[in-house]
Ligand binder design. Structure first.
Ligand code: FES
Length: 157
């Protein structure tokens, strides 16, 4: 990361703290703001947030790693999350995963070479009676079949 990029990121965090207050409760909002703008919260950003909020970096990382919508590494432009919890598992999430892996020529847990999709598992999406379920970015889709899952991806492509 270039020095100018680091300085810009620090300024961004300083601005957020100015707006939200230098308090622990601002941490999640700051992480969310950085995630929205940069699609991840880099190690440098984590360190700066900790320094500027005067908290330990481990605390920042533990919040970051707790929430599925926050990432420490850059993801693809579209995030596909497939529910792996028991109801969706029993309703055939594995065949959905295989269809998506074939379609995108990649393995779950990775990002496509063109950086367009990251596909990963997630725990319950809250629609257990309508599984198998997956989310593409902020939209959740249910009662998936392999064909339906592939069609949904092609709409994003
Ligand atoms: S088990 Fe898949 S949405 Fe709850």
């Amino acid at each position: 990361m270039l020095v100018e990029e680091k300085n810009a990121l620090t300024e961004e965090i300083e601005l957020m703290i100015k707006k939200l207050g230098k308090k622990r409760s601002a941490l999640l909002s700051i992480l969310h703001g950085i995630q929205m703008k940069h699609r991840h919260v880099s190690e440098y950003a984590q360190q700066e947030i900790a320094r500027l909020l005067d908290i330990h970096p481990v605390e920042v990382f533990s919040v970051l790693s707790f929430y599925a919508f926050l990432n420490a590494t850059p993801k693809g432009r579209n995030l596909v999350r497939i529910c792996r919890t028991i109801s969706c598992d029993m309703k055939g999430k594995d065949i959905i995963v295989r269809a998506i892996e074939r379609e995108l020529n990649m393995k779950i847990g990775h990002t496509t070479s063109d950086n367009k999709f990251t596909v990963e598992y997630v725990n319950c999406l809250g629609l257990c009676d309508e599984g198998p379920a997956m989310a593409i970015n902020d939209q959740v889709f249910t009662k998936l079949t392999p064909e339906k899952a592939v069609k949904l991806l092609s709409k994003v492509k």
